[in-house]
Design a protein around this ligand. Structure first.
Ligand code: FES
Length: 93
């Protein structure tokens, strides 16, 4: 079991018993994270900042890397729809 914590306009925690996409975890935690393209790595509206636990996240795929580059995202930012957590993570949105 691991936890994914969200901090933003609303704070919440998702308790996960398996690898979970940050976007799915945000829904579980009742966090209103934007996801305009429906989680297909096209819009970038699900951009989040990883505060802690980056070592528990899956590697970036090509689609995510392309969007992050277009957004000029910081190294600690990821797309919630393309990032899965295997352990405790804290996210700012
Ligand atoms: S929901 Fe569009 S890029 Fe993640």
């Amino acid at each position: 079991m691991h936890t994914i914590r969200f901090d933003g306009k609303i704070s919440g925690v998702a308790e996960c018993d398996r690898e979970t996409a940050l976007l799915a975890a945000s829904t579980q935690a009742a966090i209103p994270l934007n996801h305009r393209c429906g989680g297909h790595a096209r819009c970038g509206t699900c951009l989040v900042t990883i505060v802690d636990g980056a070592n528990h996240l899956t590697e970036q795929g090509a689609a995510e890397t392309r969007v992050l580059k277009a957004l000029k995202a910081n190294p600690d930012q990821r797309l919630a729809c393309q990032t899965w957590a295997r352990g405790d993570v804290s996210v700012k949105y």
